[in-house]
Write a protein that binds this ligand. Structure first.
Ligand code: C2E
Ligand code: MG
Ligand code: MG
Ligand code: MG
Length: 294
């Protein structure tokens, strides 16, 4: 294994009987330099107000442009980065880069003065008090405008470290950011825990849209989550809107924010900037196709 370098290393596991352990070991070594070597990129996915069609925020999604393997999705390296500890550097880089990009868009693009930026946090980032310092530093910079930042954490991730996680989130929330529970409905969520969390937004996992779409049970689940959010005075964002019918269903149930391929796929900054700058943006679309606008 150690004798192999560059592309050759990976050919070990390209073949049928590839070695998962060797693959992970090679990737781990590369991950250590990914951030300093400038191999990380962010794609931004718009979040729209489903009633007015306006883009209200964008979510930052990291990609790793690996020198030989090509573009890797977060599912291929975030867990690894949590194991190695590289998640600290990756997370800080994403937070800093994405919040600076959003600040530039607010400054430069007409009609975008209130645009917010959502950044995914790993709860591993909340475990290390030292690492919380770098998050604190970025969010305390007035240029960041913490009140235009949403930090997304998954309920499963929080469940494994409920008390520590809650304390850390409260510290961050005191800086003015909003907290969203990502992939809501797929994790533990004892409702009593939810009530204790310093949460502002629920992001409904896309499985609630895709499974038996439009069927009575899944509609009931959506209604239940929306009702719960309303009772707890939380905002709701629906994830994974892929079809017009899903959009109509959500709007009829009173869900006011959403994201998904039907509205816009995640894209590099220049591409999303063009969308933000276009006067039409998403059409305020009583029943017209939102994607016609893009
Ligand atoms: P997430 O935060 O729930 O992000 C939504 C994921 O769904 C993204 O995948 C996005 O590209 C995808 N998506 C958006 N709209 C649709 C749709 O209409 N249909 C379908 N099928 N998928 C859609 P992605 O970018 O691969 O990210 C996967 C997960 O990786 C994210 O899920 C998030 O948990 C994690 N992640 C991404 N960026 C970061 C990061 O910077 N730090 C950390 N810690 N985790 C990240
Ligand atoms: Mg997210
Ligand atoms: Mg999600
Ligand atoms: Mg997800």
């Amino acid at each position: 294994m150690a004798k192999h370098s560059g592309k050759d290393r990976y050919q070990l596991f390209d073949a049928e009987g590839y070695d998962h352990m060797a693959y992970r070991a090679a990737l781990k070594a590369d991950l250590a330099v990914a951030t300093p070597a400038g191999q990380l990129r962010i794609e931004y996915q718009p979040v729209a107000n489903l009633d007015t069609g306006a883009i209200v925020g964008v979510e930052a999604l990291v990609r790793w442009h690996h020198p030989t393997l090509g573009v890797l999705a977060p599912s291929e390296f975030i867990t690894l980065a949590e194991d190695t500890g590289d998640i600290d550097a990756i997370g800080a880089w994403v937070l800093e880069t994405a919040t600076q990009q959003a600040a530039a868009w607010r400054r430069n693009l007409p009609g975008c003065a209130d645009l917010w930026i959502a950044v995914n946090l790993s709860t591993f980032q909340l475990r290390e008090p030292r690492n919380l310092d770098s998050i604190n530093r970025i969010l305390s910079d007035p240029a960041t405008q913490a009140d235009k930042v949403v930090l997304e954490v998954t309920e499963t991730a929080l469940a494994s470290n409920v008390d520590g996680g809650i304390t850390a989130l409260k510290t961050l929330k005191a800086l003015g950011v909003r907290i969203a529970i990502d992939d809501f409905g797929t994790g533990f969520s004892s409702l009593s825990t939810l009530a204790a969390l310093p949460v502002d937004i629920l992001k409904i996992d896309r499985s609630f849209l895709s499974s038996q779409q439009g069927s009575a049970p899944s509609t009931a689940m959506l209604e239940g989550i929306l009702g719960l959010a309303h009772k707890l005075s939380l905002d709701v964002i629906a994830e994974g809107i892929e079809e017009t019918e899903q959009l109509h269903l959500l709007r009829s149930l009173g869900c006011t924010m959403g994201q998904g391929y039907h509205l816009s796929r995640p894209g590099p900054a220049q591409k999303i900037e063009a969308l933000l700058a276009s006067p039409a943006r998403f059409q305020p679309a009583p029943d017209s196709e939102l994607e016609d606008a893009i």
